[in-house]
Design a protein. Sequence first.
Length: 98
Amino acid sequence: MTDTNASLVDTHWLAGRLGDPGVRILECTVFLHPQEPHGFRAESGRAAWAGGHIPGSGFADLTDELCDRASALRFMLPPAAQFADAMSRLGVPQAEKR
């Protein structure tokens, strides 16, 4: 890929960097199950990830550790300290200030 700041990468790029200590791969699947009469139930994809995943990847749970639990809205970005703690537990190093 030509854009080194891209958030999404292709399989060729990823395959070439498996095991690279400078790359942390995080799965964050959430299954949305429709509920009547409207709405949905969100289910963490952690069990699916545990059943098989990209080698060396971790699981970032958008239904728990990476959401603002105090918000009435789902999937809102958590407070900075909560996000930083979660990223640290997931093996993502703190970015250097520039």
